[in-house]
Write a protein that binds this ligand. Structure first.
Ligand SMILES: Cc1ncc(COP(=O)(O)O)c(C=O)c1O
Length: 406
């Protein structure tokens, strides 16, 4: 990738002084994505699947083509195994509710890791509470990786689910998906992977990952808000009961009983989100035109630089593994300045970072902090964003300097 892609993003192009370092929360949107959605609404908009007229057929075709495109981006050969959802949260709730209620019983065990976002923690915790299953949280090593030895000890014959993220949103840790999946498989557990922070930043190749379910969000990968998906194995999706009931997901509705539509429609009740699916497909085109390897390399270089430069700011403490083992996220604290105060001060210089628990309270407890500051990088960032971050931190440090402070 040659330099940053800032010029492709209207919001960034219109705000030259803005240093957007919060892409792990949501990415900015390139013009091609905005144009694709507008094009759909201006030329092909109708309710798909239902109309017998040409316009509705076009809307159906665009929705279908979007699914095929996104599946190809994810390395999913059977596009019917990609269910569109509102995002990762809905995808994980779908599995925990539909699969979980049908398959998990009292005395079974569910294992998640201490790195999980609440979206991959709370649905499993609640499933355990509702069914009487035991809920285990796998600890981390000192360098903030999932402790695989501890995982081997936790996973046993009663383990029904092992749920973990591909990449941590709070620390950037990249997890060894195949190794974790192999540990889970040895006990016959369902393997559920939260890919929210992986899909935007690296080539995923679902069919080679050996997981049963993989969830992601479009808005973190240059796509619109309100769409994402769940990829699952066909046999498991077919055997599972539906998640929601209503239009589109049925085959025959009798007075007493109803039968279900085929995949993926069985899990997509109601009018689908066609325009956002079209936008997401355009995001896949955009990212592939750059290449995911180039995106990853660009981010790694920025994270390396950011880690080096942040080390020059007295009082900065960085959490998470070394730069070569993480994605485009740098989580840190500066002395005893509260991360929220830090984010507010940085904003005065146009530097947008996230501060808080990053929807990872179980992780924060284990790190012994209530919050961190997080800078996250994407393909439109460059060295000037790193310099702006470091400069603004130096200012914050000077502002808060006290004899006992930083
Ligand atoms: C690792 C991870 N999982 C799940 C989610 C939830 O994604 P969404 O809010 O798009 O459903 C996020 C969002 O930040 C995330 O980073």
């Amino acid at each position: 990738m040659n330099g940053s892609r800032r010029a492709d993003f209207p919001l960034l192009a219109a705000n030259p002084g803005l240093h957007y370092l919060d892409s792990a929360a949501t990415s900015q949107k390139p013009r091609v994505v905005l144009d694709a959605m507008r094009d759909y609404y201006e030329h092909d908009n109708a309710n798909p699947h239902r109309g017998a007229y040409a316009l509705s057929a076009r809307a159906t075709e665009r929705y279908h083509a979007a699914r095929e495109r996104v599946a190809r981006f994810l390395g999913v050969a059977d596009a019917d195994c990609l269910v569109f959802t509102r995002g990762t949260t809905e995808a994980l709730n779908l599995v925990a509710t539909a699969w979980g209620r049908a398959n998990v019983q009292t005395g079974d065990e569910i294992v998640v890791t201490a790195l999980e976002h609440h979206a991959n923690f709370v649905p499993w915790q609640q499933l355990a509470l509702a069914t009487g299953a035991r809920f285990h949280v796998c600890p981390l090593t000192a360098d903030h990786h999932v402790d695989l030895d501890a995982l081997r000890r936790l996973v046993g014959p009663r383990t029904k689910v092992v749920a973990f993220n591909h990449v941590s949103n709070a620390l950037g840790t990249v997890n060894p998906v195949r190794e974790i999946a192999a540990i889970a498989r040895a006990s016959g557990a369902l393997v559920v992977c939260d890919g929210a922070q992986a899909v935007p930043h690296m080539h995923v190749g679902f069919d080679g990952l050996d997981v049963d379910f993989y969830a992601f969000s479009g808005h973190k990968m240059c796509g619109p808000m309100g769409i994402g998906g769940l990829v699952g194995r066909r046999a498991i999706l077919e055997a599972m009961p539906p998640y929601q009931f209503g239009g589109d997901m049925i085959e025959i509705v009798g007075d007493e009983r109803t039968t279900w539509n085929v995949l993926p429609h069985k899990f997509e009740a109601g009018t689908p989100n066609v325009a956002d699916a079209v936008g997401l497909a355009a995001a896949c085109d955009y990212l592939d035109s750059i290449s995911m390897d180039a995106v990853l390399q660009h981010e790694r270089a920025l994270v390396r630089l950011a880690t080096e430069r942040l080390a020059s700011v007295e009082g900065v403490h960085i959490y998470g593994p070394p730069p070569a083992e993480r994605s485009g996220v740098v989580s840190f604290t500066l002395g005893d300045i509260h991360p929220h105060d830090l984010a507010t001060i940085l904003d005065e210089d146009g530097v947008c970072i996230r501060a808080g628990h990053h929807c990872c309270q179980p992780l924060m407890r284990r790190l012994g902090v209530s919050a961190t500051a997080r800078a996250s990088f994407y393909l439109y960032n460059d060295e000037s964003d790193v310099e702006a971050l470091v400069g603004a931190l130096q200012k914050a440090r000077a502002l808060f300097a006290t004899p006992t402070g930083v």
